[in-house]
Ligand binder design. Sequence first.
Ligand code: 5AD
Ligand code: SF4
Length: 419
Amino acid sequence: MKNIKFYIETIGCQMNVNDSDKMAEVLSEKGCLRTQDMSQADIVIVNTCSVRFSAEHKAYSLLGRLKEQKDINPDLIIGVTGCMAEYAAKEIKSRCKYVDFVLGAKKVDLFSETVSKYISVQPESKYKQENSEVFKYITIMRGCSNFCSYCIVPHVRGPEVSIDYNQILKEVNETIDAGTKEIILLGQNVNSYNYNGVNFTQLLQKISQIDKVQRIRFMTNHPKDFSDELIDEIATNKKICRHIHLPLQSGSDNILKAMNRKYTYEQYKNLYEKIKNKIPDINITSDIIIGFPGETDSDFQDTFNASRQLQFGGLFIFKYSPRPKTYAAKLKNTVPLETIKKRHTLLLEDSNIISKNINEKYIDKTIEVLVENVNDGIAEARNSQNIKIFFDTKENLKGKTVNVKITKVLPNSMSGILQ
Ligand code: 5AD
Ligand code: SF4
């Protein structure tokens, strides 16, 4: 009897990568084998996202391709999971009748039970895939209670719930024992983590006490909840990477208010400067939404100026996408798509120049990087600041910390020579 092969397509954010990892573990424990080639799979899981319309579009086009695959192989099992599966289950089932099961993000715990209905016990059911990942995402909280007015997450993932730190520590210990070097803690707003009085800073302290943990990262942050205590912890705890993703969303106070972000630009700037002063080698990156309803030329100019003033190491710029159930989707004063595109291009071009200039300081410097992968003689690594670094090597350095002299920089990556 041959092993069942499974393929998981992850759409959207890192929260989904972690859920995909969990589903892969369940399937591996059942004796199935993971494949990176969708056309070879007996089971395909499409783990969806609904934060922007483009993610939904991607899911439906993949499901379209899967229909063709199922026409050729009627035994193919197709499952849809994640955020879109949570709120649009009916639509998915009616648009894609060939899908076998739809399991929403809140019900990820039922994955094992659900998938068992479609697969028989496998020959090596004790088989567990060896964990040789260099970094591992670990979810520390689910849901969100912030209700930013544009965001679908609180509506589909429900209110914020922190996970028991004992369970988190167990997961960290297991993955570290299996060889993982870097832990990436995940939550929609990790700064408000609280389980039985243990806050996020205390959780970081507990994790960093585990000897073999080499690096800790976390995302994402909310400026309204980023405490002084946390800044001090990052400044003094060398295991915590020098990178903070701190979404600004807009540089205009009017828009920030309409977005229900609960801070002004001035407050954000003060926090940003405090972090930079206390942790000089920190890399701060951010998210911006362009074209929120009512965004005037002057509001956009405020955002553009903010990007110039703050000099982010990297900026993710999203075109506003109205999402069902959100407050903002009801607003009538929408910004024309042409205007959104123009503003998007202006900010993107400018922020790329800024990020590249910031990276220029690395030229000719030798820095420490952790190697994540080596493919065809090219190593892919990351420094503490979360910048991707490429270099040539003949050795299999995966999981090793090495020194690289930087010779070339781009806005979002660098390359160099192994020392
Ligand atoms: N439209 C565009 N971007 C959005 N984001 C969240 N919701 C929307 C939306 N409706 C962006 C925010 C958030 C990032 C993960 O996605 O910038 O920080
Ligand atoms: Fe969405 Fe705001 Fe929650 Fe982030 S903090 S998930 S943007 S509601």
